[in-house]
Design a protein. Structure first.
Length: 279
């Protein structure tokens, strides 16, 4: 594997801070991630931010097909050249933002659920996760790299300060597992913090009907929008248009102490609260 620094220099390309570009420079770590992700020969993988191909090229040897999504046109040109040099034919380079990619078209073409992989820039991590949650019926798993701070939020348990809206949304629809840590020194340019690779295995354990699920997400967002307040006070005067008496009644019907705060509720309690409020 040619070092990212040398590859970028040869192509007269600079890493773009605006896109959160930090390229993995250790082939051993790339192989370790693929091994931990348990990619099989019949798997179809969507890679978010293929970049210089550090993960793409070894992924091509493990999976049936890799859809390498990259919005940076310069990098995509470099990636295509790397694929040609390595005689790789089962990678489909796509110049697109992952938030506009039509997952359904790929599922229709492959006839199977997809696995999503990638190193997510901090500034779009939350957006991408919400995007994937909405399309989880087309996915089996996601193996994603996050900055350590965000990884701590995603894996947090109720009662911990890091526990928040995104944590609840993920716990509602997926099993969350930390696979490995990746030191910041294994990237170029070197980021300020280490990263963690997290596996999300999607499930239907708590599956709510679409309208009920949408309201459930609104309740979570409302509860955490004023997380320092008690649940009762967070609900009152919110966009849910709930009075103090209605909030109190809903909390009591859900078996939740009105003095508790959002960060103390687990998924089942949020579902119970959402149902009580909708009634």
């Amino acid at each position: 594997m040619t070092s990212p620094k040398n590859m970028l220099k040869a192509w007269n390309i600079r890493a773009k801070k605006s896109l959160g570009q930090n390229f993995l420079s250790d082939p051993n770590m790339a192989n370790k991630i693929i091994k931990l992700a348990k990619i099989q020969p019949d798997d179809t993988v969507i890679e978010i931010g293929a970049g210089l191909g550090a993960l793409t090229i070894p992924l091509a040897s493990a999976a049936h097909t890799v859809y390498a999504v990259e919005k940076d046109r310069q990098l995509l040109g470099l990636l295509k050249t790397e694929l040609l040099v390595n005689s790789i034919s089962n990678v489909v380079p796509i110049e697109q933002n992952i938030l506009t990619l039509e997952f359904a078209e790929i599922v229709a073409e492959t006839g199977q659920k997809l696995i999503v992989m990638g190193n997510l820039p901090y500034n779009i991590s939350s957006q991408v996760l919400i995007h994937l949650i909405a399309r989880r019926h087309m996915l089996s798993r996601a193996v994603l790299m996050f900055q350590k701070e965000l990884a701590a939020r995603l894996t947090a348990s109720p009662g911990i300060k890091a526990y928040g809206r995104l944590t609840v949304m993920l716990r509602y629809c997926a099993l969350i597992k930390t696979l490995t840590m990746v030191e910041c020194g294994l990237f170029f340019p070197k980021p300020r913090v280490d990263s963690e690779v997290i596996e999300l295995t999607f499930h239907d354990q708590y599956r709510l009907p679409p309208e009920e699920e949408s309201f459930f997400y609104r309740v979570i967002k409302t509860a955490f929008s004023k997380r320092r307040k008690t649940l009762k006070n967070a609900l009152v005067g919110s966009t849910l248009s709930i009075s103090a008496s209605e909030a109190l009644a809903a909390l009591q019907n859900a078996g939740i102490n009105p003095q508790r705060r959002a960060e103390t509720l687990n998924v089942k309690e949020f579902i119970a609260l959402s149902r009580a409020l909708s009634e």
